[in-house]
Design a binder for this molecule. Structure first.
Ligand SMILES: Cc1cc2nc3c(=O)[nH]c(=O)nc-3n(C[C@H](O)[C@H](O)[C@H](O)COP(=O)(O)OP(=O)(O)OC[C@H]3O[C@@H](n4cnc5c(N)ncnc54)[C@H](O)[C@@H]3O)c2cc1C
Length: 230
């Protein structure tokens, strides 16, 4: 049996402890302005930036919370939910939240039961990656590019459609997100032979704290060393 080396698109989680000196509302306004400016060439910015007034805000927030204990009124809510369709939208969210001192929570499959991908006790935004779910499988080279918001089930399904002798060593729950699962290692039923999911990452495109895209080509082996846990 062959094995896929999956290259994925994880995003660094960067937490900021910022001094909250301006009023919360004015920061929300300036954050929104910053996002709108950065996304002005995108014709779907209303779909990407969801405020509490957006009709999709509540349903997306609720569907992203997998631990139902957090589904109550006392759980802090994000100022904005950003739903990127392209890596440039992630860059915009990172740049604007940094500029305005707002924390961010990245979410792929939402399976973090401690709420790390959707709860913060400081003002925050959620960068919800479900629209970034493209999977390109290259059977000839035994590799695949997988976007963070794809689920393991989608990855397994597409591999099986293309090949009956390949697999990817990762967890058993099909609704887990590739981004969060691989970021945490990711073990499954064939890991004793093929290692963890993260051991099989051979390249990545990462948005860093300054909104730059890093890749193996631009950053070399150190990037992969860090992704694999050092
Ligand atoms: C029902 C269930 C079954 C599970 N089974 C297994 C299993 O078989 N094997 C196993 O190893 N683990 C298993 N887990 C654990 C699972 O792998 C982790 O909870 C994993 O972090 C979930 O990833 P997610 O993307 O779905 O979750 P999320 O909640 O979206 O993300 C989890 C964490 O990763 C961060 N993150 C998400 N996307 C990115 C990204 N693109 N870049 C950087 N950080 C990101 C989030 O901010 C959060 O801190 C299971 C969990 C559950 C709830």
């Amino acid at each position: 049996m062959g094995i896929f080396d999956v290259k994925l698109v994880p995003l660094l989680i960067i937490l900021f402890n910022s001094v909250w000196s301006t009023s919360s509302n004015s920061i929300s306004e300036s954050l929104l302005q910053c996002l709108s400016t950065h996304l002005k060439h995108s014709n779907s910015s209303k779909e990407i930036i969801l405020t509490r007034n957006s009709s999709a805000y509540s349903s997306i927030l609720q569907s992203s919370i997998q631990n139902l204990r957090f589904l109550n009124n006392s759980t802090p809510k994000p100022k904005v939910i950003v739903t990127p369709f392209h890596e440039s939208h992630v860059q915009a969210a990172v740049i604007c939240s940094k500029k305005h001192g707002i924390q961010k929570r990245f979410q792929s499959g939402g399976h973090d039961y401690e709420g790390l991908s959707y709860v913060s006790y400081a003002p925050f935004i959620i960068i919800e990656l479900f629209n970034l779910q493209t999977i390109h499988i290259d059977v000839k080279n035994e590799s695949a590019w997988v976007e963070s918001g794809a689920t393991l089930g989608e990855l397994y399904y597409l591999i099986a459609q293309k090949s009956n002798v390949h697999e990817f060593p990762a967890g058993s729950c099909p609704t887990m997100g590739v981004g969060g699962h691989i970021s945490g290692g990711g073990f499954g039923t064939i890991f004793r032979k093929y290692g963890l999911a993260v051991d099989n990452v051979i390249d990545a495109r990462i948005v860093d704290v300054n909104g730059r895209i890093l890749s193996r080509k631009s950053k070399g082996e150190e990037l992969l060393w860090a992704i694999r846990g050092g």
